[in-house]
Design a protein around this ligand. Structure first.
Ligand code: ATP
Ligand code: MG
Length: 641
């Protein structure tokens, strides 16, 4: 844990909000929900039948109405999406354009027989038609399930079957690092033998030749004569807006089901509090819409607020590592939200590249997805934010729907501590507990739990209430188990220490993977690190570390090893000294950039790695496989020594 702190505030000093929330979280959220547009107000704010929460019962609304219709009188000509293609194409969609397209596409779905409650799988690259499809589903009450367009056909098939989707929306191809991924072929493979899939809607993106079959319909043909008049369906607050499968970092992905009124309330509030969004801002979240960050803070959050945002189609390092800075300069981005893994990659290539771009429009920076190492935080702060932008480290999950832990510079001033996601948003009660569910004293490690329902929380796991109960609500009585390991310091700041499943137990001590990795990354030559434990006769578990160095480091490995170990001994303590430390060129990760811990463990224990196709997209499988081989080779070699 870093002891430094940074006092950066944007002039917002609201103390009432927190006060109200702590007095009564139910009436607090009741007030917040009024910021949305409802066709019929709710009768009951919360119906809490643990562990099932129904928010704003009796209320009637529509997500697409809230994202589009209500801005038409004031913001019709305002750009909603500034789209940047991987190959440099660009396109601007105003709120009016988006509204028009969404209504037309809603009618397309209706014309294909889609009704309220039907599920639709969307397997599209990051093109404007992806949010258009989602909003059209929302408009007519169909439940969307977006599958990241890098996933293999077997992963796609599992999700289509699990959600029983009647329609799959895809494209002829998608651009990925300059080459074309043949999405249509993946879909053909995935839907083979699935009679319940009635149609495939095909967007022309890459002009890749495709084989058309009887279920296929071209997007542009369907849209040509479709009417632009479509009233939004009047939906109850708990109507299922979408199913989204988790990243699968720890195991088989779970089909998280989100509702409408509660979810949107959570986003309406957190988007404003966290990003301090103003009408003049240009917001850029780099997440793919295939992940929850894209759902909440590329699609629904910004559009609820009538914000202008950049949407980028390709990889963050294509055609080269400066792409993000180039986009920020081009569109005069003011708020930038990305992942620690991307930042570590940028940092690996030095300061000169970002320093050669004009990043002066930036005023707020954010991260999500993983713990951010203080070293990386400071780099982000200094090199990208030029020491003037607050950094919001936002902790949340697919299941929470929106941010749960984060600094909220749009609401209040707060002292930032590099590496800490600070404290819970108003209305959410979190704690760190031990195995028995007893709260641990400050500065002690434990499991992160949430002690009251919040509006963005999942309704359940799709079609599996029992699993929902057992995964999240069975470990502790009356509390949601996050599955993360954390610490709360003497000032009430939360520090995430990694997955609870991955806590290393060495000679009776419990060490979080994130704290150890962070101390390794604090060595100035290290870009990335991953640690895992293997069974050890004496210590219980011994630590293995995999380290990726920054570009161009030529130091002797032994010297580096000694220096890194020194760093660990002073950072975490001698107990955390790794038994073995390997230098590799990359780490196996999920497509959302997270280290595949399950895989690392399997490697270290020399077990079969199991099915990677459910976790990885087609293109990344080989990347993961070679990283895996590299790790295993060095593991075998060192074992012999
Ligand atoms: P699965 O549940 O299938 O293993 P996943 O947990 O990786 O997948 P997500 O819901 O996308 O899927 O990720 C949520 C998790 O990401 C959190 O539980 C936490 O471990 C990690 N995380 C997200 N944001 C942060 C953050 N700011 N700091 C630390 N960890 C974070
Ligand atoms: Mg998870």
């Amino acid at each position: 844990m870093d002891s430094e702190s940074y006092d950066i505030n944007l002039g917002n000093k609201d103390t009432e909000t927190r006060k109200k929330a702590s007095e009564d979280f139910i009436s607090f959220w009741d007030e917040q929900a009024k910021k949305l547009s409802w066709f019929t107000p709710w009768e009951k704010t919360l119906d809490w039948n643990p562990p099932f929460a129904k928010w704003f019962v009796g209320g009637v609304l529509n997500a697409s109405y809230n994202a589009l219709d209500r801005h038409q009188s004031t913001k019709a000509e305002k750009p909603a999406i500034l789209w940047e293609g991987e190959n440099g194409d660009s396109k601007t969609l105003t709120y009016k354009d988006l509204f028009f397209q969404v209504k037309k596409f809603s009618n397309v779905l209706k014309s294909l027989g889609i009704q309220k409650g039907d599920r639709i799988t969307i397997y599209l690259p990051m093109v404007p038609e992806l949010p258009i499809s989602m909003l059209a589903c929302a408009r007519i009450g169909a439940t969307h399930t977006v599958v990241f367009s890098g996933f293999s056909s077997s992963s796609l098939k599992d999700r289509i079957i699990d959600s029983k989707s009647k329609i799959v929306i895809t494209a002829d191809g998608g651009f990925r690092r300059g080459s074309v991924v043949k999405l249509k072929e993946v879909v053909d493979d995935a839907i083979q033998g699935l009679d319940f899939v009635k149609n495939v809607i095909l967007l022309e993106r890459t002009k890749t030749p495709v084989n058309l079959n009887s279920k296929d319909k071209w997007w542009h043909d369907l849209m040509k004569d479709s009417s632009p008049d479509c009233e939004p369906e009047k939906l109850s607050s708990t109507h299922p807006l979408y199913i989204l499968y988790t990243s699968g970092t720890t195991g088989k992905p779970k089909g998280v089901l989100h509702g409408t009124g509660g979810y949107l309330t959570h986003l309406q509030s957190t988007y404003k509090w966290a990003f301090d969004i103003k009408d003049s801002d240009v917001f850029f979240c780099t997440a793919d819409i295939g992940w929850v960050t894209g759902h909440s803070y590329v699609v629904y959050g910004p559009l609820l607020h009538g914000a202008t945002e950049v949407m980028y189609e390709g990889s963050p390092d294509f055609p080269d590592i400066s792409r993000m800075w180039d986009i920020i300069q081009k569109y005069k981005v003011t708020i930038f939200y990305t992942t620690p893994t991307a930042l570590r990659m940028f940092m690996k290539f030095g300061d000169e590249i970002p320093n050669s771009f004009d990043l002066s429009t930036l005023r707020l920076l954010g991260t999500v997805g993983e713990p951010i190492n203080p070293e990386v935080w400071k780099w982000y702060y200094k090199i990208i934010g030029k020491e003037k932008c607050p950094i919001i480290d936002t902790w949340w999950q697919t299941e929470t729907g929106g941010m749960i832990l984060s600094p909220l510079p749009g609401l209040e001033s707060i002292l930032l501590k590099p590496g800490s996601a600070t404290y819970p948003i108003p209305g959410v009660d979190m704690a760190i507990v031990n195995e028995d569910g007893k709260e641990v004293p400050p500065n002690n490690k434990g499991y992160l739990i949430i002690r009251n329902p919040w509006p963005g929380m999942l309704l359940t796991l799709w079609g599996d209430d029992e699993k929902y109960k057992s995964v999240y609500w069975s470990k502790y009585e009356n509390a949601y188990y996050t599955g993360d390991y954390a610490i709360k310091d003497q000032d009430g700041y939360f520090w995430l220490l990694g997955r609870a499943d991955d806590v290393l137990k060495v000679a009776g001590h419990r060490i979080g993977t994130a704290e150890l990795e962070s101390s390794i990354v604090s060595h100035s030559d290290v870009a990335e690190a991953a640690v895992c434990g293997i069974p050890h006769d004496v210590k219980g578990e011994a630590i293995i570390a995999f380290v990726v160095l920054k570009e161009g480091i030529k130091k002797n490995e032994e010297t580096l090893r000694t220096e890194i170990v020194k760093e660990i001994r002073s950072g975490v303590g001698p107990i955390a000294t790794p038994e073995q430390l390997y230098f590799v060129s990359r780490l196996p990760k999920t497509r959302s950039g997270k280290i595949m811990r399950r895989l690392l463990k399997a490697i270290a224990k020399n077990e079969k790695i199991g099915d990677v196709s459910t976790l990885e997209d087609g293109a990344a499988v080989s990347e993961v496989q070679s990283a895996f081989d590299e790790l295993q080779k060095s593991f075998a070699k060192n074992k012999k020594n």
